[in-house]
Design a protein. Structure first.
Length: 92
């Protein structure tokens, strides 16, 4: 017997339940502060430039510069190591 047979079977008083729609995809993101380095952004988030334009993004995880020395802002290019950038990783 198929599902169609059950839904149309004589004697059923109630309409067949309709399948629940698939749950909407839950957006998520996380930001991890790397000691003496960038902010790692993982997940479904749009990164906007100061102009309001979306920053080009090809990966689900990106590193955002927080030292100010990157040549590819807003992304990290590793320059933080060259300049000896350090962070105070104590919670605020
Ligand atoms: S944090 Fe890596 S270049 Fe700035």
């Amino acid at each position: 017997m198929s599902i169609r047979d059950i839904r149309t079977a004589p004697g059923r008083d109630e309409p067949a339940p309709t399948p629940e729609p698939a749950p909407a995809r839950t957006p998520w993101a996380s930001v991890t502060a790397c000691p003496d380095g960038p902010l790692l952004v993982r997940g479904d988030v749009e990164i906007l430039l100061a102009s309001g334009e979306p920053a080009p993004r090809r990966r689900s995880t990106v590193a955002l510069c927080r030292c100010g020395a990157s040549g590819i802002k807003p992304y990290c290019d590793g320059s933080h190591k060259v300049i000896g950038f350090t962070t105070d990783d104590e919670p605020v």
